[in-house]
Write a protein that binds this ligand. Structure first.
Ligand SMILES: [Zn+2]
Length: 273
C-alpha cells in the first residue's frame, strides 16, 4: 500500500508534517510507482512540491522536496488514476525562536555542578536537533555561564512549595537571567518534597505562551542528560508529562528515558502561530 513517510526525526504522526516557512522538508512515498503526486491545495500556493528522486515515477520509493512558501495547511496526494492512494497533510509554519539561559550553579557553601559552560553549545545543539525538525522551534542561547548563588542551597536542592524556607528552587528563580524566556539551572542533586520518586529535574509548566519559566536539572545523569534537559524545557513551554509512550520526549516515568518524539497536539501547542 502506498504511504508517505517523513525522515525519522521529522515527526512520527502518520500522514502529517510541519514544513518550515521559507524552508523545506523531504518526504518519501513508498510503493507509489506510477502514481500522480500533486499538491491538493495547489491554487493556494502554500507549498512548492518537487520530485527529487531520479528515475521518475517508475521507482517504488520516490522522494519529494516540499518547500514552505506561505503559512497555511495543505495536503499532498498520491493518486492512482482518479483514486486516492496516499496522502499527507502539510502545515507551513514560521520558525519560533525561544530564548534560553543556561546557568551552571555554584552556591556559597561550595556545592557546584559538575557540568561546565563549555558544553553549553553541544547541549543546545542536541535540544535543537529534537525540536527544530519536528516543530520548527529553535532555542537561542542568550547566556551560558557559572551562576553564583549567595546562599547555601544544601546537598540536595529542594522544591518545597509548602515550606518556603526550604524551597531552594525559588532561590534559583530569583537568580534567573531576566532577558531569557527560559532559564535552566544545572545543580548537583535535586528532589521534590513530598514525592517518593527520585527526580532528575524539575520545571515550571507554562500556562501562557510567552510566560517566563525556569527549570533545574541534576548532574547525576549519564547519557540521558540532554534528553532530560529537553524534557524539562518542554514543560517550560507548557507541555505536560505523558505516561503512555516511552518514545515520547514528554514520557514522564524514570525508566527508559530516551524518547524524543513530540505528538501532533504538542507540536501545535508550541510551534509558531
Ligand atoms: Zn516531566
Amino acid at each position: 500500500m502506498a504511504k508517505f513517510i517523513g525522515k525519522a526525526n521529522d515527526g512520527f504522526e502518520p500522514g502529517w508534517q510541519i514544513v518550515p516557512l521559507s524552508g523545506q522538508k523531504e518526504i518519501t512515498l513508498q510503493a507509489g510507482s506510477g502514481f500522480n503526486v500533486v499538491d491538493g491545495g495547489a491554487h493556494k500556493k502554500i507549498i512548492a512540491l518537487k520530485e527529487t528522486s531520479h528515475g521518475g515515477n517508475r521507482l517504488p520509493v520516490r522522494r519529494f522536496m516540499i518547500k514552505g512558501v506561505k503559512r497555511g495547511k495543505t495536503v499532498v496526494w498520491a493518486k492512482d488514476k482518479a483514486k486516492l492512494a496516499a496522502q499527507i497533510v502539510v502545515e507551513v509554519k514560521p520558525q519560533r525562536v525561544v530564548t534560553i539561559a543556561l546557568n551552571y550553579v555554584e552556591d556559597k557553601a561550595g556545592h557546584k555542578t559538575k557540568r561546565s559552560p563549555d558544553t553549553a553549545g553541544a547541549l543546545l545543539k542536541k535540544i535543537n536537533d529534537i525540536y527544530l525538525p519536528q516543530a520548527n522551534v529553535k532555542f537561542r542561547k542568550v547566556s551560558a555561564g557559572i551562576r553564583k548563588i549567595n546562599e547555601d542551597l544544601g546537598p540536595i536542592v529542594m522544591r518545597d512549595r509548602k515550606t518556603p524556607s526550604k524551597d531552594k528552587f525559588s532561590v534559583l528563580i530569583a537568580n534567573r537571567v531576566p532577558g531569557a524566556q527560559i532559564n535552566v539551572f544545572f545543580v548537583w542533586e535535586c528532589e521534590k518534597a513530598g514525592l517518593d520518586a527520585d527526580v532528575e529535574g524539575h520545571a515550571e509548566i507554562a500556562i501562557s505562551r510567552n510566560e517566563k519559566t525556569n527549570c533545574m536539572v541534576e548532574d547525576s545523569l549519564g547519557t540521558s542528560f540532554e534528553r532530560v534537559v529537553a524534557h524539562e524545557v518542554g514543560h517550560n513551554l507548557g507541555l505536560k508529562d505523558d505516561y503512555t509512550n516511552p518514545k515520547l520526549l514528554m514520557y514522564g516515568k524514570k525508566e527508559k528515558i530516551n524518547g524524543t518524539l513530540l505528538t501532533r497536539s504538542e507540536i501545535l501547542s508550541i510551534c509558531a502561530q
